[in-house]
Design a protein. Structure first.
Length: 343
């Protein structure tokens, strides 16, 4: 198949590109490199033995995504392009709605115009209302929705757009994958997560402390109602996540019409202290810790019920937290500056 991967130069998109190429698909990356490096394309080629095509463009420009779809005639689109920083979304909400929501509408119009029906969309566990009691967990696809940030609301808005679009278009075939906490890297150590500036998320932060780029990790809250007092999340290996996308694509192209939402997580939670300990074991480094306070809106516990993905797609995460840390460390230690200077 020809697959257009928007945001294919980014963290998750690049790993999915490798899987698609390795399974024999033709891949075109659509990206404006606002949060990624051009160097990733060479790395993808090294890992997969085949280079994806590139259409450099901006999703906010309808003509760019229209031309990309007209030129490359994809059978399916995997849609990763978007803005994803929760804190930034509070300060710049219009940027988030413009890129995430209007950008997706631009893309859908082009897909409709050129009869491209299959779409896999990167949604997020942030679309759920924060779990407040143990009865709220694990989060299933029918758990209450109620994002608390402009970022999360932009993701939920896209889900509504996609559901309405599918209801009006009988051939639309759409998977909305709600990721929990993707971490880790390709086991080759050639591609991985390369955040701009100071990382917002736990794993890349720990990895940069381990490699000596940051002095210590700030523990954002130690008074949560959890066994060790630190926040618990459902960390899922990026390669498991990538395989989930391939399974979703197979499901769509096997004849599914309509639109569904699906969790991609392991179903298991790990605390911050457990993650630190696992990373220390994987890297042989000590992670100095400084106590801090929770970020606004930080929740104690969040993990998925991942049974729908297993039932419908036959997909189940298989990697352990130790695997995730070992692969993240291989990437970080071999590429302390990530992909290098962004061009
Ligand atoms: P990322 O920032 O690494 O990748 C996104 C890519 O999209 C980047 O290469 C960026 O340059 C590109 N992009 C951004 N705006 C664009 C535009 N206007 N036009 C064209 N390209 C544009 O992010 P990621 O971690 O790979 O996340 C991919 C998707 O998954 C995002 O939509 C994100 O919201 C979602 N998601 C990520 C996580 C996570 O923890 N990483 C969790 C849940 C959901
Ligand atoms: N966390 C932390 N220090 C950091 C970043 C994160 O202690 O520098 C904690 C955070 O409070 C949460 C967990 O690590 O309990 C995961 O945070 P992350 O931002 O990676 O994921 P999210 O909270 O968005 O699910």
């Amino acid at each position: 198949m020809n697959v257009l991967v928007t945001g294919g130069a980014g963290y998750i998109g690049s790993h999915v590109c490798v899987e698609l190429l390795e399974q024999g698909h033709n891949v075109t990356v659509f990206d404006n490199f606002s949060n990624s490096s051009r160097n990733v394309l060479e790395r993808i080629s090294q890992v997969a033995g085949k280079r994806p095509s590139l259409y450099e463009g901006d999703l906010r420009k309808a003509q760019n995504i229209g031309c990309a779809i007209l030129t490359h005639k994809p059978d399916a689109v995997m849609h990763f392009a978007g803005l994803k920083a929760v804190g930034e979304s509070v300060i710049k909400p219009l940027d988030y709605y413009e890129t995430n929501v209007s950008g997706t509408v631009n893309m859908l119009k082009a897909m409709q115009a050129f009869n491209v029906n299959h779409l896999v969309f990167s949604s997020s566990a942030t679309v759920y209302a924060p779990p407040t009691t143990p009865d709220d967990l694990p989060l299933t696809e029918s758990s209450a929705l109620g994002p608390v940030s402009p970022y999360g609301r932009s993701k939920l808005a896209v889900e509504h757009v996609l559901a309405d679009y599918a209801a009006a278009n009988p051939y639309a075939s759409i998977a909305m994958l709600r990721y929990f906490n993707p971490i880790g890297a390709h086991p080759s150590g050639l591609i991985g997560e390369d955040p701009k500036g100071i990382p917002n998320n736990l794993l890349p932060y720990i990895a940069q402390v381990a490699v000596g780029k940051l002095p210590h990790l700030t523990l954002l809250g130690h008074g949560f109602d959890t066994p060790d007092g630190t926040g618990i999340r459902d960390y899922v290996h990026i390669m498991d996540l990538a395989e989930g996308h391939l399974a979703a694509l197979d499901y769509l192209t096997a004849g599914f019409e309509g639109c569904f939402a699906m969790n991609l997580g392991t179903g298991q939670g790990h605390s911050v202290l457990e993650v630190i300990a696992a990373f220390e074991r994987a890297s042989g480094k000590t992670i100095p810790i400084v106590e801090g306070t929770p970020r606004p809106g930080d929740i104690a516990v969040c993990y998925a019920d991942a049974s729908k993905a297993q039932e419908l797609l036959g997909w189940k995460a298989t990697c352990t937290l130790a695997d995730m840390c070992a692969d993240a460390w291989r990437w970080q230690s071999r590429n302390p500056e990530g992909y290098g200077r962004r061009q």
